[in-house]
Write a protein that binds this ligand. Structure first.
Ligand SMILES: CC(C)(COP(=O)(O)OP(=O)(O)OC[C@H]1O[C@@H](n2cnc3c(N)ncnc32)[C@H](O)[C@@H]1OP(=O)(O)O)[C@@H](O)C(=O)NCCC(=O)NCCS
Length: 179
């Protein structure tokens, strides 16, 4: 398995993998919604606010992890949000998701990112260091329908002290359907 961040000209393939993976796990409506999110993230996010990590094998796409910037108005730390993460339906349960995330978090740390956040199942993301956070430690950009899924981690080794100021996300995620 190899890792890459070269997503240009592969947008269709990436969106198709995400759509198929979420359709299989959560139904066609969610598949279309999250596939559309990824298309919109790739099309509308300024490059400095977007990191996409791909897992591949012999040219075949196995997994996709999309990180976009979260801004805390009064805090200098660089924070990125993972959403979504998807592994090809016929390759789940082989460790690809965890390996892709470990790679991604290492690259983000080397690129000066201080904090990674995500919004998902703590049982899975806890395997790669994410822990539940209160909104007094890290405000969410929109109201959360599942606050127990708001999780994050410091990438620097320093304890995660409260992030200061209101939080904003990139335009593609600024939609209550994702929160
Ligand atoms: C969730 C997903 C990314 C995990 O990737 P993966 O490559 O299958 O996972 P890995 O093989 O690295 O890890 C498997 C472990 O995670 C656990 N796991 C996988 N999916 C899980 C889930 N949805 N909830 C809780 N635990 C999960 C497995 O039980 C397994 O645990 P074990 O190692 O103790 O046996 C993948 O299953 C997927 O694409 N699912 C559909 C889309 C999705 O739900 N994305 C995440 C949204 S929050």
């Amino acid at each position: 398995m190899q890792f890459s961040d070269a997503f240009k000209d592969r947008e269709r393939q990436i969106a198709d993998l995400v759509t198929a993976s979420f359709t299989a796990s959560e139904g066609a409506g969610e598949g279309a919604l999250v596939g559309g999110l990824v298309r919109s993230q790739m099309a509308s996010t300024p490059p400095q606010d977007l990191h996409i990590f791909l897992a591949e094998e012999d040219g075949a796409l196995l997994g996709v992890a999309v990180f976009t910037r979260l801004r805390y108005a009064a805090d200098p730390r660089r924070v990125f949000l993972l959403s979504p993460l998807a592994v090809a339906t016929d390759r789940q349960g082989e460790g690809i998701g965890q390996a892709l995330l470990q790679h991604a978090l290492g690259v983000l740390h080397k690129n000066g990112v201080h904090v990674a956040m995500t919004y998902g199942n703590p049982a899975f993301y806890g395997k790669v260091g994410f822990v539940p956070l209160s909104e007094s430690t890290a405000a969410a950009p929109l109201p959360l329908s599942h606050p127990e899924g708001w999780i994050g981690q410091s990438l620097t080794g320093a304890a995660l002290t409260p992030l200061r100021g209101p939080c904003t996300c990139v335009p593609a995620l600024n939609d209550p359907r994702f929160w």
